[in-house]
Design a protein around this ligand. Structure first.
Ligand code: MN
Length: 146
């Protein structure tokens, strides 16, 4: 059996990261987690995720800078990065897009929307079950801080 696709969740709020991880695992993905920008760089190298879900407001280097460093580093430059933030679109989201992030998603995010976006970029291995037929997601809207 092919390995599950892996999502690296970069989020400094523990509750938010926990809920995201729970939800994304239930969709059929493996997850890796990082709570800071620097940890994200380490985890991206060591766990080789198929996609990175990146917060912007992080301790140390922010998500847009972490994205820029990931994209500048050949071993991680190919990994798609989606931003998940409570920040309004502006300078920092623009910097993230300029650095190579593919999309800006806004918190709080609807679980159905998150699933659709993840499936669009990284189809879960053998995951053909329609959303409605699955067990209900743990939260309709995943509460997350900046
Ligand atoms: Mn944050």
């Amino acid at each position: 059996m092919a390995r599950k696709r892996k999502i690296l969740i970069v989020e400094d709020n523990d509750d938010c990261r926990y809920l995201l991880a729970l939800f994304i695992k239930r969709l059929g993905y493996d997850v890796a987690e990082a709570a800071t920008g620097l940890a994200a760089l380490d985890q991206a190298r060591s766990t080789e995720p198929d996609l990175i879900l990146m917060d912007l407001g992080l301790p140390g280097i922010p998500g847009d800078e972490a994205t820029a460093r990931l994209k500048a580093n050949p071993p991680t430059s190919h990994i798609p990065v989606l931003i998940l933030t409570a920040f309004h679109d502006g300078e920092q989201t623009n910097r993230a897009l300029a650095a190579g992030a593919l999309k800006i998603l806004h918190k709080p995010i609807d679980g159905t929307k998150l699933q659709a976006v993840l499936q669009q970029y990284v189809p879960a291995e053998g995951e053909a079950t329609p959303v409605a037929a699955q067990e209900a997601p743990p939260a309709r809207r995943l509460p997350c801080l900046p």
